[in-house]
Design a protein around this ligand. Structure first.
Ligand code: NAP
Length: 462
């Protein structure tokens, strides 16, 4: 029986759930269809956002990597690290080497606020800060020194919660996590005393999930303060829509209960404070040589239902601004891309060409398919849908359609270009080095290596 060979581009949750769905769904066909999946990643390390997005103090979410490891250890799945679509290989190369290609590269770019002063030193994308504390190979471990006493975080989603928590949490509590040693030392030396988390709409419209939000109020040594009058979901909403939202959505009700509880708390006089603010939109990042503050404008939802500025301004003193206003996917060379939704146009995972018809043998999964929404688990059902479409096209009635691709084609192509991809066995050398480093530092189970150069050296067995 000929094997269906598939390249999945991206080894984050979307890519690995796709690989898993491919082998499982193909095996369940009658008769079963045999598949071989190569999971490519531009980085030498697998697991994408599970490794470089999930905060180090969220070990239960991080343990999803253990589940995904099981996918990479299957005989019919292969990790091909250090190979970038648009770098070492092109779309045409992949279509030439495989029966089908699934793009699952996520959302790598931050969105911008589009306000004056956004590029001043001290103003960053939250994603840069996340990359730093997660030890992303593209980010220098010395790129953040936490000299600011006050930080403004713009946006009220779960990334804002993550960065605010890492900024105010006692760094001693991170000693047992996998944060790299230079990052831990920078957090230990942090001067941050105050973090302002700022929403342009009200608490009912905030994107937080309740579990993540509640955790913020449970941090030892941190006072949590809600802006005066801002916990009331209807205070700045002339339509009454905020109250309706609370009635219809359990998550919103949960968030309002948490925020209401915080508003009723008396500050205990702790050394670190977290201020949660609503109905304030960013207008300007202040400063000349460096950030000195963030000017915001009070907003309200008018009778027409639109959010408007009231003209009432406030400048929040801050020496660091983190915009946590969402992620965006980036186009892949040669692959169709909708510049408005920042996704690959698709129908149930089938990539659509400019004429709106599916392009043969090309599929998409994860944030690149649906935008940066949902939790990690959302990618499982999303990947399953893409794989159903792929197998219906290429393995109708369990019988593999068309001429089989050569299973060694990519290896030969890379060898011809003097590219040595990182194998799963190479990656395991990095894992071992992380465990050894943790033991030598007397820290937890593993500590991330502090640089790309060190990761590359371990992969080469040095
Ligand atoms: P998000 O949930 O979409 O939140 C983005 C926030 O930015 C919203 O509050 C949005 O407000 C605000 N915003 C957008 N443009 C703005 C502007 N120009 N000025 C001011 N505010 C602006 O995005 P995210 O926090 O990056 O999270 C991305 C995804 O990852 C989400 O699905 C999230 O749940 C998930 N995630 C999950 C976890 C976890 O489960 N622990 C951790 C991290 C991330 P508006 O609503 O007014 O637009």
């Amino acid at each position: 029986m000929a094997t269906l060979s598939v390249a999945v581009v991206g080894s984050g949750p979307a890519g690995l759930y796709t690989a898993e769905a491919l082998v499982k769904q193909a095996a369940a066909l009658d008769p079963p269809c045999q598949v071989a999946v190569d999971v490519l990643d531009r980085l030498p390390t697998p697991y994408g956002l599970v490794r470089y997005g999930v905060a180090p103090d969220h070990p239960s979410i991080k343990s999803i990597a253990e589940y995904l490891r099981g996918v990479l250890e299957r005989d019919d799945v292969r990790f091909v690290g250090g190979v970038r679509l648009g770098g070492e290989v092109t779309r045409e190369d992949l279509l030439g080497c495989y029966d089908a290609v699934v793009y699952a590269t996520g959302a790598m770019r931050d969105r911008r606020m589009g306000i004056e002063g956004e590029d001043l030193p001290g103003s960053y994308a939250a994603t840069d800060f996340v990359n730093w504390y997660c030890g992303h190979p593209d980010t220098d471990s010395g790129s953040f020194t936490l000299d600011a006493e006050s930080v403004a975080v713009v946006g009220v989603g779960n990334v804002a919660v993550d960065v605010a928590r890492i900024l105010v949490r006692d760094p001693e509590e991170l000693r047992r996590t996998d944060v790299s040693q230079p990052v831990l030392e920078a957090l230990m030396a942090s001067k941050v005393r105050e973090v302002h988390v700022i929403g342009r709409r009200g608490p009912a419209q905030a994107k937080f999930t309740t579990k993540e939000l509640r955790e913020l109020g449970e941090l030892a040594g941190v006072d949590i303060v809600v802006g005066a009058g801002e916990a009331d979901p209807g205070a700045f909403d002339a339509t009454g829509g905020s109250a309706t939202l609370a009635e219809s959505d359990r998550r919103v009700r949960g968030n309002l209960a948490v925020i209401g509880d915080w508003a009723a708390r008396a500050p205990a006089g702790h050394a670190r404070r977290l201020l949660v603010r609503f109905w304030l939109r960013p207008v300007r990042v202040e400063g000349t040589a460096h950030v000195t503050g963030l000017t915001v404008e009070r907003t309200r939802i008018g009778e027409s239902g639109t959010l408007t500025g009231t003209g009432e301004l406030e400048t929040i003193p801050a020496q660091m601004v983190l915009r946590s206003v969402g992620y965006q996917s980036v186009p892949l060379p040669g692959v169709p891309f909708d510049e408005r939704s920042h996704t690959v146009p698709n129908a149930e995972g089938r990539v659509l060409g400019p004429d709106g018809n599916p392009l043969p043998r090309e599929y998409v999964a994860g944030w690149l398919k649906r935008g940066p929404t949902g939790v990690i688990g959302t990618n499982k059902s999303d990947a399953a849908q893409t794989v159903r479409a792929l197998l219906a096209d290429l393995c109708p009635d369990g019988v593999r359609a068309g001429d089989p691709a050569d299973p060694g084609a990519l290896a030969a192509l890379l060898a011809g270009r003097a590219v040595a991809p990182v194998s799963y066995a190479d990656w395991l050398k990095v894992e071992r080095a992380e465990a050894e480093l943790a033991a030598s530092l007397g820290r937890g189970a593993r500590v991330k290596l502090p640089s790309r150069a060190e990761i590359d050296a371990r992969c080469r067995g040095e």
